[in-house]
Design a protein around this ligand. Sequence first.
Ligand SMILES: *Cc1c(COP(=O)(O)O)cnc(C)c1O
Length: 223
Amino acid sequence: MEKADTPLQEVHAKIARACKASRREPQDIALIAVSKTHPAESILPLLKLGHRVFGENRVQEAQGKWPALRDAYPDVELHLIGQLQSNKADEAVALFDCIHALDRPGLVTALAKAMDKAQRRVPCFIQVNIGSEEQKGGCAIADLPDLIAQVRAVEIPIAGLMCIPPADIEPAPFFALLAKLAADNGLTGLSMGMSGDYETAVMLGATHVRVGTALFGARPALK
Ligand SMILES: *Cc1c(COP(=O)(O)O)cnc(C)c1O
């Protein structure tokens, strides 16, 4: 009997298919396995399969889980994908290899200070509030050029733009808009696409997809 594909193989296969449809190369897309809420026991199987790129949305939770996993797998690359409070900038800079939710001037200042202190430059995606939703994080589209200029002035490496489109409507127009904003501002990285829409995101130029549920199953409800 043939062994069933693992979720990791399935996600890779879907990324490959989306690449083929859009004439892209799978090696140009980083799959970030979003392990938030999942314990080390759930993460280890992926590490054993050779996967090394992971995403967490809370500094404190990541601090609890990752140091030990990193001792065993030193080449892990850890992405912070969630909102970051300025008072956690030092901790975030120490722990993460990439930060995806840089979205306001105060945080730029805090991260620049933290990076100077740690003598470590951590690449950051600038999060854009692509659907102009009041309750969502991300910088307003109109404020993006100023924020990019501020980030460049303090020499934080910009990885690209990141977005979370509005829930429950077709995400493609928002992905396309993010790609256009990146191109207009001379940026190449695009962090977009989650379990429900990463194939669409790949076809519209995503360089980083953030996939949790499709790899780990449903998350326990948040407290
Ligand atoms: C949780 C989360 C994801 C992953 O979501 P899934 O639907 O489980 O793939 C991606 N991006 C961000 C910012 C998240 O918080």
